[in-house]
Design a binder for this molecule. Structure first.
Ligand code: HAM
Length: 425
């Protein structure tokens, strides 16, 4: 038997009803904040990711699905392609390629779709997973660097999570400074680590070598006392960055979005500058980040584009759904009516009635004239319908239909032209 590949999974009803609801809420919220959808390809030139996410990151160094695409003609070169591990790089590539900066305005773009990382699968961690993300990007003249952008993104996320019904989320905030701050901080970390690094776990030692910032993310308990004593990023921010971060925080305080500062929060992507954040949820276990994001003021230029500061985030949709399920969320889609043809020749009038109901915005399912009444009732109940509508010869002739409420057992006669309204209420 052929099965789904390790780290991938099928999403089936009724779970997909919850996925649907999450996506519908997200689209509604994005529309209210004037975001528009962007769809970029699922695979891109490998270099796009190595140059944006960063060579030294786990994502690029060991988690990408990459292949050599054979040259089809002699004039063509073989090209290294990669399934997208995230979507920010693709959005910024599209921004540059289509010269979106020429409009001089901010671009507020959202996306919903699959991403691919070859991680060790576990609860909340898959090799094909789904992100709901958004980016605000534009030239500096459109105030793309303003701290109000950061605060607005975070406030929107709080609204979105509240509206999908997630309770008890936590926002963790940090500022990783500009590129120069990061370089000074990395140097300070290297110096502080040098006398103690030999005492650390081998994996943390490797991080100290390749990317000292990632030492802050080491989870080995014995190494925590060392990590606690390392210098703090906040001490290395220059004045503009410090002020920018203070303004973001003041605006969050103003609108009443709660947060905590986590100076040890290290995002696994190299393009970030200044504000970075994660929203976590207790119902997720080890993979507690429901979403992550931050500012990337230099990303466009590092991909040979114009100066185009931006900020964005991606929600892990798999994790958001898991978190909702952990607090008992049920998909609330309900079938309003089950139309049950009763007796030979009744499929035709029943289909016609079902059509009328559906065109009047009633959700309806249809049985078959070969089913006995008992079986129709069983099917209606299995389908979770609220009402069953019987379509027999007498009903069709009189225009009065027997409608039974499956929960209460109450049965009434309803005239054809009042039926849709009766079933909807
Ligand atoms: P990220 O933190 O790598 O950021 O991923 C965002 C979210 O995607 C995570 O918080 C998590 O919920 C989910 N996620 C990541 N990997 C997996 C996985 N293997 N299985 C299930 N869920 C996963 C980014 O991707 C950035 N592009 C976000 C961003 C947008 N920053 C600025 N703009």
């Amino acid at each position: 038997m052929i099965k789904a590949v390790r780290g991938t999974r099928d999403l089936l009803p009724p779970d997909t009803d919850l996925w649907d609801r999450v996506e519908t809420s997200a689209r509604e919220v994005f529309a209210r904040y004037n975001y528009h959808e962007i769809r970029t390809p699922i695979f891109e030139d490998t270099q796009l990711f190595s140059r944006s996410v960063g060579e030294d990151t786990d994502i690029v160094s060991k988690e990408m699905f990459t292949w050599e695409d054979k040259a089809r003609a002699q004039s063509e070169k073989a090209q290294s392609l990669t399934l997208r591990p995230e979507n920010t790089a693709g959005v910024v590539r599209a921004y540059i390629e289509h010269r979106l900066g020429d409009t001089g305005t901010l671009h507020k773009l959202y996306y919903i779709g699959p991403q691919f990382r070859r991680e060790r699968p576990q609860k909340g961690r898959y090799r094909q997973f789904y992100q709901i993300g958004a980016e605000i990007i534009g030239p500096p003249s459109a105030a793309s660097e303003s701290p109000v952008r950061d605060a607005e993104v975070l406030e929107m996320l709080a609204t979105l999570l509240d509206e999908v019904g997630l309770r008890d989320w936590k926002l963790q905030l940090n500022s990783v400074g500009c590129a120069a701050d990061r370089a000074r901080y990395n140097q300070a970390l290297r110096e502080a680590l040098q006398p103690v690094v030999h005492r650390m776990d081998p994996d943390c030692q490797r991080r100290a070598e390749t990317n000292p910032l990632r030492v802050l993310d080491c989870k080995v308990p014995e190494d925590q006392p060392i990590i606690e004593k390392l210098p703090k990023i906040s001490e290395y921010l220059d004045e503009p960055c410090r002020l920018h971060f203070a303004q973001v925080r003041a605006m969050l305080d103003e609108v009443g979005v709660p947060y905590s500062i986590n100076e040890r929060m290290v995002r696994g992507l190299d393009y970030y500058t200044r504000t970075t954040f994660e929203f976590t949820h207790g119902g997720l276990g080890a993979q507690s980040a429901v979403l992550g994001g931050g500012r990337y003021d230099g990303l466009s230029e590092s991909l040979e584009g114009p100066k185009a500061p931006g900020i964005g985030f991606a929600i892990g949709e798999d994790r958001l759904v898991l978190a909702l399920q952990s607090q008992g969320a049920q998909p609330e889609k309900q079938l309003q009516a089950f139309v049950a043809p009763l007796g030979a020749g009744m499929n035709r009038p029943a289909l016609k009635l079902a059509r009328e109901l559906r065109r009047s915005r009633v959700t309806a399912d249809l049985g078959d004239e070969n089913f006995r009444l008992k079986k129709s009732f069983e099917l209606a109940e299995k389908a979770g319908a609220r009402f069953i509508v019987i379509v027999g010869e007498n009903e069709v002739a009189s225009g009065q239909f027997a409608v039974k409420n499956l929960a209460s057992g109450e049965q009434v006669q309803v005239a054809r032209r009042e039926l849709a309204e009766y079933l909807r209420k």
